[in-house]
Design a protein around this ligand. Sequence first.
Ligand SMILES: Nc1ncnc2c1ncn2[C@@H]1O[C@H](COP(=O)(O)OP(=O)(O)OP(=O)(O)O)[C@@H](O)[C@H]1O
Ligand SMILES: [Mg+2]
Length: 240
Amino acid sequence: MAEPRRLLPLQMSEVSYRINGRTLIDRIDLSIRTGTRTVILGPNGAGKSVLMRLAHGLLEPTGGQIRWNVPEARPREQAMVFQRPVMLRRSARANIEYALKLAGVPAGQRAERAMAALARVGLETIAHNPARVLSGGEQQRLALARAWALEPQVLFLDEPTASLDPGAAREVEAIIDAIHAAGTKIVMSTHNLGQARRLADEILYLQAGRIEESTAAAEFFRQPRSAHAAAFIEGELPWR
Ligand SMILES: Nc1ncnc2c1ncn2[C@@H]1O[C@H](COP(=O)(O)OP(=O)(O)OP(=O)(O)O)[C@@H](O)[C@H]1O
Ligand SMILES: [Mg+2]
């Protein structure tokens, strides 16, 4: 099989997103590279979700440019998982099979790949349960299994543990680490500092639609350069 063409790096140049006279993302320059876990950190309303949606292509920037390494590739080998995953009214396994179908996986391979994906997140025993009756933590693991089954080069995760208790959140973090270890680029947003410390290789600190810092995680936590980031780490609510 031919090597998949590398989607990364993803370059954003002067990217803005304005709506109804408000600037939600303000002239952002960044480069998303392969190999690291990138965490977008910032307070509520900073623009993390909007930035992830722009990067994934769910929103079009109103200014600037977003360029993938292979702009013409369709479908792109990328996936996104949201805070509250949307599940179809079908079994857990059928939810994954449906995603595989949309991705063009031949019918004969879907069941096996879906079961393998469920096993990787520890959900094989509930494969036949309706997805919508699973607990919040199980649904999020299912959402990760569904995304992982597509073997994306890049996975965007928007606050994947925001509505979970600490135990369920740790299970999800372990899965995110495993997806990273298997070679998928992780781009995750969170406003949970502990989670950022545990998972991030590099931090993009976002505040009021601007990237205020883009640094190796260890350096960011040792000595943040922006006053907003320092206040955020200290647990103060940064002014918006
Ligand atoms: N489609 C939209 N139309 C108008 N305003 C929007 C739209 N989407 C987001 N916003 C606003 O843009 C700002 C940034 O929103 P965003 O959801 O990206 O923040 P966030 O950093 O993800 O916050 P949180 O941590 O609460 O998830 C918010 O003030 C939000 O109300
Ligand atoms: Mg958000």
